[in-house]
Design a protein around this ligand. Sequence first.
Ligand SMILES: [Zn+2]
Length: 127
Amino acid sequence: MSTPKLLSSSELSSIMLCTCPKCRKAYLFKDRRHYSLMHLFDMPDNCPVCGQSFEIEPGFYLGAMWMSYPVIIPLEVIFIAALYGIFGDIIISFLISTVIIVLLSPPIMRIARSMYIHLFVHYDEQL
Ligand SMILES: [Zn+2]
């Protein structure tokens, strides 16, 4: 008896690469650059490959804000621990790790959106 996988490696790569959850071929965002801040969340209405709607319902991605916490909190803890090992000062470590997290927030927010849509739209092997 095999145990069910929570997340396959191809699904994880689809989330991290921000590709369409249904076909895993098209990019979720109009601009591939994570630091194009004026167009950070611009997404096509539908997938250009499979036609999957990227706006499931109005305000769909408000829930994605909650998805960024499971990414940010472990990163912050790891950065603080690593920086504490270097500097030996918890305040300095916290401040530097916070700056790093702020700088990483655009790709993290995109990945959070990708995680969120992958919760509701599943891969279609027929495509
Ligand atoms: Zn697609």
